[in-house]
Design a protein around this ligand. Structure first.
Ligand SMILES: [Cu+2]
Length: 169
């Protein structure tokens, strides 16, 4: 790739990221838990690089950690084999904590409504749901179930976001 085309593609990627951020910040998506989307952004279904399958049970995920490469767009397909409803949320510890508080509040209000957040999905018993995410490096990134008590019971795991290998490596 020539130096000029590299600059152009970096600029194009930045423009896309900017457009996505503007779209997310629009009406109806005001609640970004005060921390934006550190660690990436909602992924484009047409650009999925890899599918990662996860099973949720009462109360566990069948994986404790997942390795991802920065820049990868991953479709997480989560099947709930338990008898309880489970959540699958992608985010930094701060995002997870805010989501837990939000979910506890909703449940005490008489039941969880469906998620509107692009980084999270609720899965009914016996159902399968997916979340698509494009990763960027960040200090810590987790997948977790934020149904009250489940995170604490161990429904959480680390997503290890590796740097993109340098050219020629
Ligand atoms: Cu759960």
């Amino acid at each position: 790739m020539t130096r000029t085309s590299t600059i152009i593609s970096v600029a194009a990627a930045f423009a896309v990221a900017l457009a996505v951020n503007v779209a997310i910040a629009g009406p109806g998506h005001g609640d970004q838990h005060g921390s934006g989307f550190a660690g990436g952004r909602p992924g484009d279904p047409a650009e999925v690089d890899r599918t990662v399958r996860i099973t949720a049970g009462d109360t566990y995920f069948d994986r404790q950690s997942i390795e991802i490469r920065a820049g990868e767009t991953v479709r997480f397909v989560v099947t709930n084999k338990g008898e309880l409803e489970h959540d699958f949320t992608l985010g930094t510890p701060k995002v997870q904590k805010a989501h837990r508080a939000e979910m506890a509040r909703r449940m005490s209000d008489g039941g969880a409504e469906a998620h509107a957040d692009p980084n999270a999905v609720m899965i009914d018993p016996g159902e399968t749901a997916s979340v698509i995410w494009t990763f960027e490096r960040t200090e810590r990134f987790l997948f977790a179930c934020n149904v009250p008590g489940h995170f604490e019971a161990g429904m959480q795991g680390e997503i290890d976001i590796r740097p993109v290998p340098s050219a020629g490596a």
